[in-house]
Design a protein around this ligand. Structure first.
Ligand code: ADP
Ligand code: ZN
Length: 739
């Protein structure tokens, strides 16, 4: 394993040409490399280009060189890149984050430099926008290009971007440019963002909202670190309140960051920001073009982007003067990155803010138990918005006892729920039916031999997706055509779907309500974020009577005509052995229910359940949130699990089962470093998903007291073992999912 000095506080601010510098590169090497400072010298934190073997790589000047190498053999850095040096605070943040998550520094640096062409000099490039000319001979390819330009109303793109988006060759675009149907222009590579005006919008806040906003402003005025949990039911105006904090931050001349859990939510949010501050902010997520990423990275680093809206990795941008981080829907599991660097963006936001003296706002209608506990412990301040804005009130919640409904095994919508849906249709209102399962059916069974079709490479069933006309493995993404013959016994036409998915539910609903307009919202059904956005807008405008959706609809969208939410299987999340099963079900049900009745008409949420007396279901229905959290907290305290204890998940994987269990058993035996801090090891056991992409998986679980130095102990423990080249070991600190 790796152990690196995080930041060298004794390092000088500037190195003269030829002086030894210690450089951290993005290459997988677990130490700093010595170079001579380049011509003109360099600052600590400077981004430099250095030789590594035959290659040129990018790195950051992290410290003075160690000098344990013949000076004459040390190579010189080529040059300093034309970007702002990495600040001390950022180096400290990357170092601490690496220590916390047990990640090599090089991987942390890669996270912090995820923009292409950082080393390129500022230059001009050609961009293409919609022109006034018309092409007399339209072809489908030309039509596609113009379609993209029209869709993005007024935006310009590089040749490659445009050709890629329209799925045509670059010569099609060039042809259009000759006809003036498309205009070719020179533009600087990285233009600054439009200034945001903190005093632009003028929404009047309610008394409740104003109290909350003022609490956040006070925090910002302290110019110091602080975290506030902003809790309020969906529709209470949390967004309005934290935008006030953003305004205060911008007025102070500091930068703000808003993290959102889902790219599909950004478009709506950008529009709100524009209404509030008069211009759009910088955007950072996987759906943003490479050119825009580079621009965002550089502008943030120059302090020329005042507000960034983005996904979790926006946390690693080079802010010069960060004053505020908002983590919206802070309970959302997508803040935990589950591959590569395993980090929780919510926790890393708090870390980063505490280093720079910034404020954090964690916003949610259903906060995580972690944040709840931090409020209880006095570490976080809490601001609560108790009622919905305007005339809207929280929906009425009831259960439907499925034991009394006597449904056939191929139907999932109860008679009671159907009658409620019909009543909404009659009134011209919308209903949402929620099921947290993609695809048509979770199981494809052979009625002749009982075989269930599984993935060849994973310990998982293949899920039938009728919309895609394929079987899909939800673990590895592998797909295959739907067979007509059982792969096990070769019987013909004996394969049947078992259980419901969102597509099968849609089929049932269309049959039951043949005249209704039914819209399905599931990620598979949309080729692009844009298509999804369009569908969401259409639904909001009333172009559907019944919406059928997965997890995707639980998050943030606002459908004014929606007055009924029906949860098809409220018990689904309660079956797992997951530590957070109760918490997740509680949050999800409240989030989904919160979609109903966001305007005047009171909403209703109906939960279909086979266990209406289950404590979690009962607390959801009664709305006794504090009661639920208190009970959940006391159970976890007793078990000594997060947030009242520390956990780390260790996953070993290899194509070879035997070496896996050998190493796992050896690790469990030689647990001295863990016992020293009073930690326990559980396992090895086959992971809940025992094989993914052909690699077998074994997991161990380490549990320790809350205050125990678990990272140091884990490092010492793991260092005892040698890994073969086929074995992979990953450590997940504070695991969120157990698969
Ligand atoms: P939340 O983030 O808590 O779900 P929002 O901030 O999205 O709530 O507010 C819900 C709706 O109510 C939005 O359409 C928002 O514009 C509106 N709203 C909330 N507070 C106000 C206010 N003070 N003035 C005008 N509209 C408001
Ligand atoms: Zn698979």
């Amino acid at each position: 394993m790796f152990a690196l000095t995080v930041v060298d506080v004794m390092a000088p601010e500037f190195f003269q040409e030829g002086e030894l510098i210690g450089v951290l590169t993005t290459q997988p090497i677990d130490r700093f490399l010595d170079y001579k400072a380049p011509e003109g010298g360099c600052h600590i934190g400077a981004f430099v280009e250095v030789p590594l073997g035959p290659r040129k790589v990018i790195g950051v000047v992290w410290s003075a060189g160690k000098g344990d190498w013949d000076y004459n053999k040390v190579r010189a850095a080529f040059r300093v890149l034309d970007v702002s040096p990495m600040r001390h605070e950022m180096r400290l943040f990357l170092g601490r984050a690496a220590e916390y998550t047990l990640t090599p520094m090089a991987a942390m640096l890669r996270l912090a430099t995820r923009a292409p062409g950082l080393g390129d000099p500022p230059s001009m490039r050609k961009i293409y926008r919609l022109g006034t000319g018309t092409a007399d001979r339209m072809t489908p390819a030309r039509e596609k290009v113009l379609g993209v330009l029209r869709d993005y109303g007024g935006l310009a793109f590089t040749l490659r971007e445009l050709a890629e988006m329209a799925d045509v060759t670059t010569s099609v675009v060039k042809g259009l440019a000759k006809l003036d149907a498309v205009v070719e222009e020179d533009a600087p590579r990285d233009t600054p963002y439009l200034r945001l005006d903190p005093g632009y919008g003028d929404k009047e806040l309610t008394a409740d909202q104003e109290t909350g906003a003022e609490a956040l402003r006070v925090g910002l005025r302290s110019q110091d670190y602080g975290t506030t949990l902003l809790k309020g039911v969906t529709g209470s105006g949390k967004t309005e309140v934290y935008l006030e904090a953003v305004a205060e931050c911008l007025a102070q001349g500091r930068q703000a960051l808003v993290l959102l859990p889902e790219i599909a939510l950004t478009a709506e949010f950008l529009t709100r920001v524009e209404a509030c501050f008069g211009a759009k902010p910088a955007e950072w997520h996987s759906g943003v073009t490479m050119t825009e990423r580079r621009r965002c990275w550089r502008m943030v680093g120059q302090g020329d982007a005042q507000l960034v809206v983005g996904a979790r990795s926006a946390l690693f941008l080079p802010y010069q003067n960060l004053g505020l981080i908002i983590v919206d829907e802070e309970h959302d599991t997508s803040y935990k990155q589950e591959d590569g660097v395993l980090y929780n963006a919510r926790d890393m936001a708090v870390l980063r803010a505490s280093i720079v003296g910034a404020q954090v706002v964690l916003a949610s209608a259903t906060p995580s138990l972690e944040s709840w506990a931090n409020v209880e412990a006095g570490k976080y301040q809490k601001v609560v918005l108790t009622s919905r804005y305007g005339a809207a009130v929280m929906p009425e919640m009831r259960s439907i006892d499925m034991r009394a409904e006597a449904l056939p095994s191929t139907k999932w919508v109860s008679g009671t729920l159907k009658r409620e849906v019909q009543a909404r249709i009659d009134k011209g209102e919308q209903s949402l039916l929620f099921i947290n399962r993609r695809g048509y059916a979770p199981i494809t069974l052979c009625r002749a031999c009982g075989h269930q079709i599984g993935c060849d490479d994973c310990d998982a069933r293949m899920v039938e997706h009728r919309f895609l006309k394929r079987l899909v493995c939800h673990q590895c993404g592998e797909t295959k055509p739907m067979p007509t013959v059982c792969p096990n016994c070769q019987a013909e036409d004996k394969l049947v779907p078992v259980g419901p998915g969102v597509e099968r539910l849609a089929e049932e609903v269309i049959e039951a309500f043949p005249k209704a307009r039914v819209a399905v919202l599931s990620s598979d059904h949309f080729g692009s974020a844009r298509a999804l956005k369009e569908q969401i807008v259409a639904i909001a405008e009333g172009e559907a009577d019944i919406i059928i959706g997965t997890q995707l609809v639980a998050k943030g969208h606002n459908f004014p005509k929606l007055t009924l939410v029906g949860v098809i299987d409220a018990d689904l999340g309660l079956q797992g052995s997951d530590l957070r099963a109760a918490e997740r079900t509680f949050q999800l049900m409240l989030q989904v229910a919160g979609r109903a009745g966001r305007t005047e008409a009171r909403g209703t949420a109906l939960l279909q359940t086979y266990q209406p007396e289950h404590p979690v279901i009962r607390s959801i229905l009664s709305g006794d949130e504090e009661g639920f959290w208190t009970a959940e907290a006391s159970e976890r305290k007793q078990a000594g699990v997060p947030p009242y204890g520390r956990m780390a998940g260790i996953v070993l994987s290899s194509p070879n089962v035997q070496e896996l269990f050998d190493l796992g058993a050896d690790m469990a035996r030689r647990d001295g470093p863990l016992r020293e801090i009073g930690a326990q090891v559980y396992g090895p056991a086959p992971a809940p998903i025992a094989r993914i992409r052909g690699r077998h998986r074994v997991r161990l679980l380490v549990k320790a007291d809350k205050g125990a130095p678990i990272q140091a102990a884990l490092t010492k423990w793991v260092a005892q073992f040698r890994l073969t080249s086929t074995l992979r070991l990953s450590i997940d600190i504070d695991p969120q999912s157990f698969y």
